[in-house]
Design a binder for this molecule. Structure first.
Ligand SMILES: Nc1ncnc2c1ncn2[C@@H]1O[C@H](COP(=O)(O)OP(=O)(O)O)[C@@H](O)[C@H]1O
Ligand SMILES: [Mg+2]
Length: 231
């Protein structure tokens, strides 16, 4: 089968169940979707509908029970962990609801840490981190620790960390879930700018309907299945 160069991620007949206290939970049921390079995708749906599970299988953090995940031309549904972690390191930037910054490192150190271990020289690492901080309008917080930053600043630091290795894809799971409306807008605007300027494919999970205007595609989920894909 010829590979469509524009296709970044494809899920084919993907299923995943969890077993809990004797019950079987269908987290993903027959998921089929295609995400093209450069798209800005929103995944929406109520809590527990499978959004995080979907992101986890798309990025090889979790493996599906059946089906294929074609990531940049490679089926990762049965890949070994060593291969998956290399793929994540090289091709994916992650953004988290609770930021996941290391409290004992400053903003710039948090960003630089993502590159280690690396063959890059110290000066090059610093230059890249400074450029990333500038991209998210956070250069003046460079030497601040997470505890000294607001939620919005912490998430902008998280965005800088997500782009430092120039990934093909950014996956953001509820990136604005802990932010006030103004910080939410700043973070979403920055994601849009990264999407445009760097042609990074962006997938944002949210249970809020209000962010629809940012998306080139909206995937709606309910109870583990896709109920609607809207362009
Ligand atoms: N590790 C797990 N073990 C058992 N059940 C899980 C696990 N992770 C998720 N689930 C269940 O799978 C369903 C989907 O969860 P999740 O993908 O986290 O949904 P969402 O991100 O949309 O809130 C939920 O019913 C959740 O309780
Ligand atoms: Mg979730």
């Amino acid at each position: 089968m010829p590979v469509d160069k524009d296709t970044m991620i494809e899920a084919i007949d993907v299923n995943k169940e969890y077993r809990r206290a004797g019950a079987i939970i269908r987290a993903l049921g027959d998921i089929n979707l295609t995400i093209k390079s450069g798209e800005f995708v929103l995944v929406q749906g109520p809590t527990g509908c499978g959004k995080s599970t979907l992101l986890n299988v798309l990025s090889g953090i979790d493996l599906p029970d059946s089906g294929k995940i074609i990531f940049d031309g490679e089926n990762i549904a049965r890949a070994q962990e060593a291969r998956l972690s290399k793929l994540r390191r090289q091709k994916i930037g992650f953004v988290f609801q609770d930021f996941n910054l290391i409290p004992t490192l400053t903003a710039i150190e948090n960003i630089e840490a993502l590159l280690w271990p690396t063959v890059l020289r110290e000066k090059e690492i610093e230059n890249r981190a400074i450029a990333a901080l500038r991209d998210v309008n956070l250069l003046e917080r460079k030497d601040h620790y997470p505890v000294q930053m607001s939620g919005g600043e912490k998430q902008r630091c998280g965005l800088a960390r997500a782009i430092i290795h120039r990934p093909r894809v950014i996956l953001a799971d509820e990136p604005t879930g802990n932010l006030d409306p103004e910080s939410e807008k700043q973070v979403m605007d920055l994601l849009k700018k990264i999407n445009k300027d760097m042609e990074t494919t962006i997938i944002v999970v949210t249970h809020r309907g209000s962010l629809s205007s940012y998306a080139s595609k909206i995937i709606k989920m309910d109870k583990g299945v896709i109920t609607n894909i809207q362009k």
